[in-house]
Design a protein around this ligand. Structure first.
Ligand SMILES: Cc1ncc(COP(=O)(O)O)c(C=O)c1O
Length: 461
């Protein structure tokens, strides 16, 4: 029986990434407030937010300094835009701060309001750049199966997940996908991580050659795949991929929407994984999720092309009303100030070994096939048979059931396709809270194991 609020929800809202059919029975989890790494539902029940919302609330839920930064900017100048040369000091100061933080040579910053818009902007800028450079055929974009880059038309085309393509008439022509760098699932028997990485780099090279290097414009990748399964790359992966991209003058775009701002114990995931992208997209933790903000870094050659295009066309014809919203920029400035002052990124590096040790110990659990991560992000996969890695019928929804058990234990984690579960807590989580998180996750796995037995579920043939 759904509560009054839940019934009103079901009758009025369309929820993203929700089975709108079963949702009519299950209803929503309505959250009301948060404190530290904890959120509380409308009945006052606490949950450890093991997903930092959607991989974003890095500083937890009750940061008064962020609230004050937003409030002060709201009172002073709640809105002005950046169109037609209009500006405001939070955007200027934030762009300066970000330029200094960027792990790659950066000339300018372009702001958006989300990660999808940032990645859409990357596609458009890549096309625009190649038109400016007089190579109009060099337009194809390569990404990876299971990569996640958002839901707008171009970013969803780069995303490599079936739910974002089936019946959406996507991907658009000119968007190509190469293999997923998930060693546990896709390596051949006995293949080392290095050999697997080399095979994927060879596959990328073969695709570029097949399509024609003059037609391939960019390759986009998350340092650690998020929504595709919380998948850390195999060793040597980006080094080998980078060599191929360099060979064929293919622009490398890092989607740092999840990994940016400390998640891997470095300011950006690119630094942790030896990536040398030409540009990166950011969002989420830039404001600790308190305000919607994203953006892309613009390198000097791209900037020069944009300037010459404006001279030719009369304007830079791109941008949205809320690109660089002053309140979002003010909150981002305060967020970054706190990251620096409180040594949040260094703190992640210090806590990560404990987090990863607790995570990898889950691989011993009878229903867990793989438990692996980096920094404060981890993914685990439920399997029916550890040796053969065979899974349960996806229709049984085993990982979803485990996440529901976790919720009943007072823990929020996220299930992903392929019976995977992601863990990605706020960066401010304490070592004791890391223990609470994993203790509760073990209870959820135990309950899932018992449920599997009671249902008589077996591996798919
Ligand atoms: C790696 C990555 N890129 C892009 C996006 C899209 O961001 P948004 O949902 O803000 O549009 C996400 C969202 O989870 C993401 O994880």
């Amino acid at each position: 029986m759904l509560s009054n609020l839940a019934t009103r929800d079901v009758e009025t809202l369309i929820h993203p990434y929700t089975n709108l059919s079963t949702f009519r029975e299950t209803g929503p989890l309505v959250l009301e407030r948060g404190h530290g790494v904890w959120v509380y539902d409308s009945d006052g029940r606490p949950y450890l937010e093991g997903m930092a919302g959607l991989w974003c609330t890095a500083l937890g839920y009750s940061n008064e300094e962020l609230v004050e930064a937003a409030s002060e900017q709201m009172s002073r100048l709640p809105f002005t835009h950046l169109f037609s040369g209009r500006s405001h000091d939070p955007a200027i100061e934030l762009a300066e701060t970000l330029k200094e933080l960027m792990p790659i040579p950066t000339s300018k910053i372009f702001f958006t309001s989300s990660g999808s818009e940032a990645n859409d902007t990357q596609v458009k800028l890549t096309w625009y750049l190649n038109n400016a450079l007089g190579r109009p055929a060099k337009k194809k974009i390569i990404s990876r199966i299971k990569g996640y880059h958002g839901v707008t038309v171009a970013s969803a085309s780069m995303t490599g997940l079936p739910a974002n393509h089936a019946d959406w008439d996507l991907p658009l022509p000119g968007f190509l996908h190469v293999g997923c760098p998930h060693h546990y699932r896709f390596a051949e028997a006995g293949e080392t991580e290095e050999a697997f990485s080399q095979r994927l780099a060879d596959e990328l090279e073969a695709l570029i050659l097949r399509e024609g290097p003059d037609t391939v414009a960019a390759f986009v990748a998350e340092p650690v795949m998020g929504a595709g399964g919380a998948i850390a790359p195999p060793s040597g992966y980006f080094e080998k991929i980078q060599a191929v991209l360099d060979r064929y003058d293919v622009r490398f775009i890092a989607d740092e929407v999840i990994c940016g701002f400390g998640r891997l114990g470095t300011w950006f995931g690119s630094e942790a994984l030896g990536m040398r992208p030409d540009s990166l997209s950011f969002a989420k933790a830039v404001t600790s999720g308190y305000m919607p903000l994203g953006g892309v870094s613009i390198d000097e050659p791209l900037y020069k092309a944009l300037v010459s295009q404006s001279a030719k066309l009369g304007t830079f014809g791109h941008g949205t009303t809320y690109s660089g919203h002053p309140v979002a920029c003010a909150v981002a400035l305060k967020t970054i100030e706190i990251y620096k002052r409180d040594r949040i990124v260094e703190g992640v590096a210090e806590k990560a070994p404990h987090f990863q040790a607790r995570l990898s110990a889950l691989a011993e659990h009878p229903i867990v096939g793989e438990a692996r991560g980096i920094g404060l992000i981890g993914g685990l996969e439920i399997v029916a048979d550890k040796n053969s890695k065979r899974q349960y019928d996806p229709k049984a929804g085993v990982a979803a059931r485990c996440v529901a058990f976790a919720q009943a234990e007072g823990l929020i984690v996220r299930f992903l396709a392929g019976d995977r579960i992601a863990v990605c807590p706020p960066l401010v989580i304490s070592p004791d809270e890391i223990d609470t998180l994993f203790d509760r996750l073990i209870c959820a796995l135990d309950r899932t194991e018992a449920w599997i037995a009671s249902e008589g579920l077996t591996a798919t043939p």
